[in-house]
Design a binder for this molecule. Structure first.
Ligand code: ADP
Length: 270
């Protein structure tokens, strides 16, 4: 069984202030997945896709400050913000589904807000039953970064990366692939520094800290991602970050071919 995360950075114009799909990347990746599935038995082996929210989620979640404490007077505005954010990421997932369906992929997009609850932004409830049922019938379940009810904060944002991490801990997977818009984890942000070096195997978060701290830039997305992946690595679950902008890399990684990227694995599990 494989779990594939498609980053918001690859499927949307993430810096855009309004939601914008990167159709070129989306349609190419849909074809790559479809090609892979020609020789893969979804019913016996299984594949789950998790996608990020990108510019369909972040602008709204930020505007309405979802996940921050608020008082009762702000509740109705917060609820509308929650609805707007969910509706936007849900629409995004429909667009991805449409592209998958056009390529004959039996995808079923499942809104995490209907299955998941968090407590202080971490999963406290996750109903896996339907996902397991869809998998056993040969569907490709697709989940995504969404807003969810939170026991402590009333509402929160859940990242695709946290969903991936939960699925990987609670279902049996052979391969975990995260496709993003850079080649993997670098010693510093490759978009800001031309001399950033790709780390092919990352064994611990400390390893990143050991770089000159003024140069290490793993803030935001990449840092959160690595933290989730080290949670998995500690349990002996390896994951791979690859660049989905490079044609055929997603397809090759799905096939199990060693491709350029960063392998995240804990040292004591080598
Ligand atoms: P996605 O949306 O694909 O899940 P994110 O946008 O959350 O991905 O994270 C990927 C981004 O993280 C890259 O585009 C890059 O600009 C940034 N980044 C910051 N620090 C690093 C680093 N040390 N190595 C790789 N990428 C980094």
């Amino acid at each position: 069984m494989i779990i594939l995360k498609l980053g918001g950075s690859i499927l949307t114009k993430k810096d855009s202030v309004k939601p914008e799909v990167d159709f070129k990347n989306l349609n190419r990746i849909a074809i790559e997945i479809s090609d892979f599935l020609k020789k893969y038995d979804l019913k016996n082996d299984g594949l789950i896709v998790v996608h990020g929210a990108g510019s369909f989620g972040h602008p709204y979640a930020e505007k309405y400050e979802i996940g921050k404490h608020f008082n009762d007077k702000e509740y109705s505005n917060k609820k509308i913000g929650f609805s707007i954010t969910h509706n936007s990421v849900n629409e995004f997932s429909s667009i991805i589904s449409k592209s998958f369906i056009e390529n004959n992929i039996p995808v079923i997009s499942i809104p995490p807000s209907s299955l998941i609850k968090t407590s202080n932004k971490r999963v406290s409830y996750f109903n896996l039953d339907l996902i397991k049922e869809y998998l056993s019938q040969g569907f490709l379940p697709m989940l995504y970064g969404d807003v969810v009810l939170d026991d402590k904060l009333k509402m929160a944002v859940i990242s695709g990366d946290q969903i991936l991490s939960y699925l990987a801990k609670n279902l049996k997977f052979e391969k975990i692939i995260l496709a993003t818009d850079v080649d993997g984890v670098f010693n510093k942000n490759p978009k800001l520094y031309d001399d950033a070096k790709l780390i092919e195997v990352l064994n611990s978060l400390e390893e990143l800290d050991s770089f000159d701290s003024t140069n290490v830039d793993v803030t935001g997305g990449m840092f959160g991602k690595i933290q989730e992946l080290f949670d998995l690595a500690d349990l002996g679950i390896e994951s791979r970050i690859i660049n989905a902008k490079t044609p055929n890399l997603v397809k090759s990684a799905l096939k199990g071919i060693e491709v350029k990227g960063t392998l995240i694995k804990a040292k004591n599990h080598q």
